[in-house]
Ligand binder design. Structure first.
Ligand code: FAD
Length: 395
């Protein structure tokens, strides 16, 4: 996203008059603006234009028209740079029935009057040698109006009371199934739950709700609220590019996206969504045995080699370039060029989900990766966020 002036010294005093065509991504109206900026501001302007998916055309330099606007040539571009004019047009509004934010179901069931779901499945997602406990739990939603889309969460109110004798508060869990459920027949929801376990004053403590869920028997009735959340929704474009950073149970929403994209029964069920973009999952886990949904992911790699890429960071089994433990941020750094090349495309969205502690590492890696490309991540990230292309849900 760097534009050369043809004069690479830092003392370029030229001014550029540009026309920006706002294509309406994330906003409702299309608009055209004309601006005159010094060379020093041109680069950050180009970055923000590219990230928003707008179009920019340079029409004059120092007041001298380059050509008639429709025939204008952009300023010369340096190697590895992207001319604003060369940027692909922003995604057009979804051609087929897209779910807009206003249509997304929220708070259909509230804590005072929750939906009562029935457990139909509860099994471990881990294999021998894994650390901790992570279960997949599926609820039957029949008999009510609880429905959701990929990227949302539901609330669970565990049975029993807290230390003060009050009913437990709800805990949120990312939905791991698509809107059609794991059986693709609608009317179910699946979660991916890690039992919270920590040590306090020499005692092992287990989390209330995560233990309630991991221990729950088939047939049990559970209080469910929601759905909630509009932060992690997938764009409706079938040719969007989706970069995913997940650690641990942060894979839950990603699993829903990937099923929607690649699971044959899902593709058959959703003729309006035949994913044809690129999906790249970065997954962090302590051990190979802790990787979740591995068989499905390997199948998607085999079936959709052009569309799916999967990069793992196994912290206790692999080393980074400095000889330390391999974390997801190390994989981000290793792949910085390709990640940023994808981000330059306005059709690319980035999703991050997992424990809150993963955020600083990813941010640090993106800062270093951006700097290596002459970009400033502190400026870019808010622009991506504003363009609704940077999605974070950590807990
Ligand atoms: C949007 C969202 C989505 C989520 N999605 C998922 C998901 O998909 N899967 C999933 O497993 N979880 C998910 N969570 C987390 C989930 O909501 C619960 O917070 C988690 O299951 C723990 O709840 P609990 O009732 O078991 O623990 P609690 O009994 O509520 O205990 C939690 C409390 O224990 C204390 N504590 C925790 N760790 C330590 C420690 N190391 N040392 C000392 N004290 C500690 C803290 O006071 C903390 O508040 C999500 C959270 C949010 C906000």
């Amino acid at each position: 996203m760097r534009v050369s002036s043809g004069n690479t010294s830092g003392s370029d005093s030229r001014t550029f008059t540009v026309v920006i065509d706002n294509l309406g991504v994330g906003r409702s109206r299309r608009a055209t603006r004309q601006l005159t900026v010094p060379f020093q501001q041109l680069q950050s302007l180009l970055q923000s234009v590219a990230l928003r998916g707008d179009r920019l055309k340079i029409i004059s330099v120092d007041g001298q028209p380059l050509a008639a606007p429709e025939a204008a040539e952009p300023a010369p571009v340096s190697e590895g740079a992207v001319a604003a004019d060369a940027l692909p047009a922003a995604p057009s509004p979804a051609k087929k029935a897209a779910v807009t934010h206003a249509d997304v179901p929220v708070n259909l069931y509230k804590p005072k009057d929750p939906f009562i779901g029935t457990v139909i499945d509860n099994y471990s997602l881990l294999v021998e040698g894994a650390i901790g406990r992570v279960n997949q739990i599926t609820f039957d939603l029949s008999g009510g109006n609880l429905h959701y889309i990929e990227g949302q969460s539901i609330g669970i109110i565990p049975d029993g009371t807290d230390a003060n004798g009050k009913r437990h508060k709800l805990r949120l869990y990312s939905i791991a199934s698509t809107r059609h459920g794991d059986n693709v027949e609608d009317g179910t929801v699946s979660l991916c739950v890690r039992q919270l376990e920590y040590e306090k004053e020499g005692q092992i403590v287990h989390g209330v709700c995560s233990t309630f869920l991991c221990d729950i028997e088939k047939g049990a009735k559970v209080k469910i609220t929601g759905p909630v959340g509009k932060e992690m929704l997938l764009p409706p474009d079938e040719d969007a590019n989706i970069i995913m950073f997940a650690t641990g149970t942060g894979i839950a929403p990603m699993r829903a996206y990937l099923r929607r994209m690649f699971e044959p029964a899902e593709r058959a069920k959703n003729p309006e969504y035949q994913f044809a973009g690129k999906a790249w999952l970065f997954m962090g886990a302590p051990k190979t045995a802790n990787l979740l949904y591995e068989d499905d992911l390997q199948r998607y790699l085999t079936d959709f080699p052009e569309n799916f890429r999967y990069t793992k960071a196994i912290s206790r089994e692999e080393n980074n370039a400095k000889g330390g433990r391999m974390y997801i941020q190390d994989r981000v750094l290793e792949n910085a060029d390709e990640i940023f090349a994808m981000i330059e495309n306005p059709k690319t969205h980035v999703y991050m989900c997992g424990l809150r502690g993963m955020e600083p590492g990813i941010d640090e890696a993106m800062t270093a990766a951006a700097a290596a490309k002459g970009l400033n991540w502190a400026e870019l990230r808010p622009q991506l966020k504003k363009a609704e292309r940077w999605h974070v849900e950590t807990y």
